[in-house]
Design a protein around this ligand. Structure first.
Ligand code: MF3
Ligand code: CO
Length: 273
């Protein structure tokens, strides 16, 4: 390894390597997150409040003996600690929407972002659900975003680099999937995950391939493309958390926590594994 590369890598550390024991805990946390998603997805109907969705998530955590991952999270000093168990973001809200009295309407894009902690390890996954009937526009956005996550995960091979993930996602999203033009959010990224919800490295959903830390077996990362119908720019609401599209256009979000293995990426936030 050249000096230059060593320097660059030390400034941009890769994810920590988890032991088999730690991966077992990550799988358990991931399974709880998947269970929460299953219950929440069924509850997304017109008329439900986002606060009710939060309550359902809390119930699953209790049943499974897990702790909330997001509640009271405060990444920077001075910010109001995050007040929800889940994030529920509607329509032009991209991520970090706070659950409350808001009533879900027919056709709403409901982004559910869910975390759980078991044995000190975090799982984190998000999905976008259409309440009631969607339109061609909303269905295409959801499908393109879901597919972009699959493509990003497929790029997360041992020996590849972090930048390869974002490059694969961006190539797909800029190819006008479903015949629509989209932009990828740039100001929020995926992340390493483990004993903390957010660990190095950041995982952008755009940018050139071949850059960033090398992916190694035992690394655990959360990949989370956020796709906008309009421009990529974002704004944060006065509640200090809710991230919305600057132009008020719709946005969709999908996320999985995965482990890098010798034989390819393993999705941890699933019931299948
Ligand atoms: N998946 C989201 C993220 O990584 C979870 C955020 S939780 C919150 O940003 F507490 F920050 F809202
Ligand atoms: Co995340």
């Amino acid at each position: 390894m050249s000096r230059d590369l060593m320097f660059r890598e030390s400034r941009s550390p890769g994810a920590t390597i988890k032991s088999e024991r730690e991966l077992t805990a990550m799988r358990r946390a991931g399974r709880v997150v998947a269970l929460m998603h299953e219950r929440l997805r069924a509850a997304v109907v017109p008329g439900v409040t986002t606060g009710e969705l939060d309550r359902i998530a809390r119930e699953v955590l209790k049943e499974e003996g897990a702790e909330p991952s997001f509640l009271n999270y405060a990444p920077v000093p001075g910010i109001t600690p995050y007040p929800g168990v889940i994030c529920s973001s509607l329509n032009e809200e991209i991520v970090h929407g706070i659950p409350g009295k808001r009533v879900v309407q027919n056709g709403d894009l409901v982004k559910l972002d869910v975390g759980a902690v078991i044995d000190g390890f975090h799982g984190d996954a998000a999905a976008t659900v259409i309440a009631g009937e969607g339109t061609e526009k909303t269905r295409a956005l959801v499908e393109a975003t879901r597919r972009s996550l699959e493509i990003g995960i497929e790029a997360a091979q041992s020996g590849a680099r972090i930048g390869d993930i974002g490059a694969a996602i961006e190539d797909f999203i800029l190819s006008r999937p479903q015949g629509f033009e989209y932009e990828l959010v740039r100001e929020y990224t995926g992340h390493g995950i483990g004993r903390r919800l957010h660990e190095p490295p950041q995982i952008p959903n755009y940018g050139p391939a071949g850059r960033g830390p090398v992916l190694k077996p035992g690394m655990t990362i959360a990949i989370e493309p956020m796709v906008n119908i309009g421009g990529w720019e974002t704004t944060v609401l006065d509640d200090e958390w809710t991230v919305v599209t600057a132009d008020g256009e719709l946005s969709a979000h999908f996320e999985h926590t995965i482990a890098i293995t010798e034989s390819g990426p393993e999705i941890l936030t699933t019931l299948a594994g």
